[in-house]
Design a protein around this ligand. Structure first.
Ligand code: BES
Ligand code: ZN
Ligand code: ZN
Length: 500
């Protein structure tokens, strides 16, 4: 992970390997801001001409390298495109492009622009976007690489205040985005971890010790406690595995908190489908089926490290969904924490079974908001694809606040309805509910409607991140292939908004 520092220096004097400036795009040509334009004289070039010759138009994520030929301390000038009408989100993505283009490092200086962006974004917001983008863009998962790739050596990112950007604002804007982006990377690490290394007991221990290190209280409900506590969904889903399930309960309770939020996460450490076995092709990415748990966990870590004055309880419903002689069968009936029974018509619809218990348990403490995050349905990917999460819930104000938070941090969520008419899709012949809906109809909504039954009278929101949690393309602006950490930044922003 890169380290950040602020220096009061001119771009030509910055003692680094690469100095980066940004350029927007207009009418198929780059638009240079004041910082780039000011380089013509000291570098004795026309930067516009150089960029034209290189075919650089200022497209989002496009980069151009210009040798400074001894006329600046840094041997290389990097120009990074922001695209047309760039806003602070474009700057965040460009920050990620800087980290990738300068990955060989060992260091890079980034000139925080005071111009170029449309909309309202002060120097704090701009510097935050660059720090966040650079940290996210620099991320790679190397835990199991025996050789660190040579092209990954970015050590320090130096922020320079550009023309019109307040230096003190830039200097003070490092810690918050760094904390948040590191939490996103933590979620990514957990999701990218191979499933054998994060079976429920091991993952529970790991997150509990990380949580304690960040000042949270941690309680692990083991399989006996879950059985005794009536967590039939978590026990049922976990019973096919030789590694028993866990419910991890983390609490961050700062003094003078006026609001209490419960965050519940789906934590299936590997989803084979159970006896309703997935085909091989459907299983390849299923180590990511604990992304909801990783997301809410990482969000709480960031909230605690930032000292946000909101009480947060995190519930991680951890189980490994395996087929075996002890696994739940199709048509088995489970009794959940709130007494509701469910008939398991498909053991691959396991996420709602474990979350049902976590939500019911979370509702018992009467929080002001109850939010769950889950890679719940393949249908979410059909409906909204791999960049947009599905948002559902029971409280308009809560959903609006989450939409607002997502918009503020540049994550994409879209609301789906939970129509009462569809509740009958979940009617069971023998239990209160069945865990599947009406065939291929409204699968994501069916998941949401199932969970709603366990939320009591609490304001509740459900984020289905099946698509956006894991990037198989490698084309994402803020990450490479693998876990994205989608949802962490939205949750932190939402919770921070409650304290403001
Ligand atoms: N973990 C899957 C959902 C999923 C699929 C997440 C693809 C990410 C990528 C979930 O447990 C599941 O299998 N859901 C079933 C539900 C169905 C049986 C009602 C699905 O979506 O097919
Ligand atoms: Zn499943
Ligand atoms: Zn699953």
């Amino acid at each position: 992970m890169p380290q950040f520092a602020f220096r009061k220096q001119s771009p030509t004097a910055a003692d680094v390997a690469v100095v980066a400036v940004f350029a927007a795009k207009s009418d198929d040509a780059p638009v240079l801001g004041a910082d780039a334009a000011a380089l013509d004289k000291p570098l004795k070039i026309s930067l516009s001409d150089e960029l034209t010759h290189l075919g650089f138009k200022g497209d989002a994520g496009q980069t151009a390298r210009i040798p400074t030929r001894g006329r600046a301390t840094a041997p290389t000038l990097l120009v990074v495109g922001l695209g047309e009408d760039p806003d602070v989100h474009a700057l965040r993505k460009a920050g990620a492009a800087v980290a990738r283009a300068a990955a060989k490092g060992p260091d890079v200086a980034v000139v925080i622009p005071g111009d170029l962006l449309t909309g309202e974004a002060d120097a704090v917001k701009r510097a935050e976007a660059v720090v966040e983008g650079a940290t996210l863009g620099a991320y790679t998962y190397t835990a199991h690489k025996t050789k660190t790739p040579e092209e990954r050596n970015l050590g320090e990112v130096v922020l320079l205040a550009g023309a019109g950007a307040d230096a003190n604002a830039v200097k003070g804007a490092i810690k918050r985005p760094e904390t948040i982006a590191r939490a996103v990377c933590l979620a990514r690490d957990l999701v990218n971890e191979p499933p054998a290394f994060k079976r429920p007991p091991a993952l529970a221990d790991r997150v509990a010790s990380l949580a304690k290190a960040s000042g949270l209280k941690a309680k692990i409900h083991d399989e006996k406690a879950l059985e005794q506590g009536g967590f039939g969904g978590i026990v049922g889903v976990g019973q096919g595995s030789s590694a028993p399930p866990r419910l991890v309960e983390l609490t961050y309770a700062p003094a003078r908190a006026k609001t209490h939020v419960v965050l519940a996460g789906k934590g299936i450490t590997f989803d084979t489908g159970g006896v309703s076995l997935k085909p091989t092709s459907g299983m390849t990415t299923m180590k990511m089926d604990m992304a909801g748990a990783a997301t809410v966990f990482a969000a709480a870590i960031a909230v605690a490290e930032l000292g946000i004055k909101v009480k947060v309880t995190v519930l991680l419903a951890l189980a490994e969904n395996m087929p075996s002689g002890t696994a739940i069968r199709v048509s088995d009936v489970l009794t959940h924490r709130n007494g509701t029974t469910s008939e398991v018509m498909n053991t691959d619809a396991e996420g709602r079974l474990v979350l049902a218990d976590a939500l019911a348990y979370g509702a018992e403490s009467s929080p002001d908001a109850l939010i769950d995050v889950a890679t719940l349905t393949g249908a979410q990917i059909v409906a909204l694809g791999s960049r947009v999460a599905a948002l559902m819930g029971s409280d308009d104000d809560l959903l609006a606040a989450i939409e607002h938070a997502a918009g503020a941090v540049g994550e994409s969520v879209w609301r789906l309805p939970l129509p009462k008419e569809y509740r009958e899709h979940l009617d069971s012949e023998v239990a209160d509910l069945k865990n599947t809906g009406k065939g291929r109809e409204a699968g994501t909504i069916a998941g949401g409607l199932f969970l709603k039954e366990f939320t009591g009278d609490r304001p509740w929101a459900h984020l289905d991140i099946a698509g956006p949690a894991f990037d198989e393309s490698g084309n994402g602006p803020l990450q490479g292939k693998g876990a994205t950490g989608m949802g962490v930044r939205t949750l932190v922003e939402y919770i921070d908004g409650l304290a403001r």
